[in-house]
Design a protein around this ligand. Structure first.
Ligand SMILES: NC(=O)c1ccc[n+]([C@@H]2O[C@H](COP(=O)([O-])OP(=O)(O)OC[C@H]3O[C@@H](n4cnc5c(N)ncnc54)[C@H](O)[C@@H]3O)[C@@H](O)[C@H]2O)c1
Length: 254
């Protein structure tokens, strides 16, 4: 398993639970310092406590990841507390299911704000700082298999996640001269606190995924740590699908 370099500094959004937390936890376990963001301050503090209790270094910046002031705070906190940033992980994203024909504007705008504005400006602010530091870096975005393939009731979400793949491609090219790689991960159905609130989640996705099980947060975090590691220095502008083979066949849930 490739390791990220020790003494690196990561900023990550939406990381109190789920995939983001597991990426933060594994980064801290491997010696990186983590600036952990979540809109839920109490949950973020609980997450930080878990990481600290395991010997990790972590600082919380609570707030909405689509808010440019919060993004600036994350970058500033990383510099003031740990001296630099090396990895920026735009993980926060909201999934609102809804029939296309009656999908409300308010929900659409909220989804676009978090999934696109938050991702775009975290990448922008992180890139500005990485270029200033002059030593390269890594930017990782969180797409979804629903940005590749159709899934019922996810027209707005799928559109936002497809846009994130294109952003990884554009920024991979634009930031390459600065030694910064930009990639995305597209998780398939992944068991998290949120998705497991559906009691039939495991059963449904065990049938639909060719591997016979839903993904785990560890599956996605392992892919993330690979893309952040020195082993992935020649990989940029790509989207790595971690879906147990679902996109190869993409049967929709009933
Ligand atoms: N879980 C899956 O099956 C799955 C599949 C494909 C893609 N994804 C993507 O992976 C990422 C993480 O998914 P997850 O299921 O682990 O997340 P989740 O829905 O469990 O949320 C994780 C955290 O994000 C926080 N959050 C929500 N909005 C925020 C905001 N505006 N600012 C800051 N924090 C915010 C929540 O408070 C929560 O603690 C998302 O971008 C999601 O779209 C997840």
């Amino acid at each position: 398993m490739p390791e990220v370099e020790k003494k690196k500094v990561a900023i990550i959004t939406g990381a109190a639970i789920g995939i983001g937390f597991e990426i933060a936890r594994q980064l801290a376990e491997q010696g990186a310092a983590v600036v952990l963001n979540d809109i839920d301050e109490d949950a973020a503090k609980r997450a930080a406590e878990k990481i600290e209790n395991a010997g990790g270094r972590v600082t919380v910046v609570a707030g909405d990841s689509s808010d440019l002031i919060v993004i600036d705070q994350m970058v500033q906190t990383a510099i003031e507390t740990y001296g630099q940033i090396d990895y920026a992980i735009a993980n926060a994203g909201i999934t609102t299911f809804g029939d296309f024909l009656s999908y409300p504007l308010e929900q659409f705008q909220q989804l676009v704000n978090v999934n696109l504005q938050g991702t775009f400006f975290l990448a922008q602010k992180a890139a500005q700082q990485l270029i200033k530091q002059g030593d390269g870096g890594r930017i990782l975005l969180m797409s979804s298999v629903t940005g590749h393939q159709y899934h019922p009731d996810l027209a707005a979400y799928g559109m936002s996640k497809a846009a994130i793949r294109m952003l990884a491609k554009s920024l991979g090219v634009e930031l390459a001269p600065h030694g910064i790689t930009v990639n995305a991960i597209s998780p398939g159905a992944t068991a998290t606190e949120r998705t497991l609130s559906d009691p039939s989640y495991n059963e449904i996705w065990s049938k639909l995924n060719p591997t016979g099980r839903p993904g785990t947060v560890q599956d996605v975090a392992h892919a993330a740590l690979f893309l952040l590691s020195p082993h992935a220095g020649q990989i940029t502008g790509q989207t790595l699908v971690v879906d147990g083979g679902w996109t190869a066949v993409s049967p929709p849930p009933e």
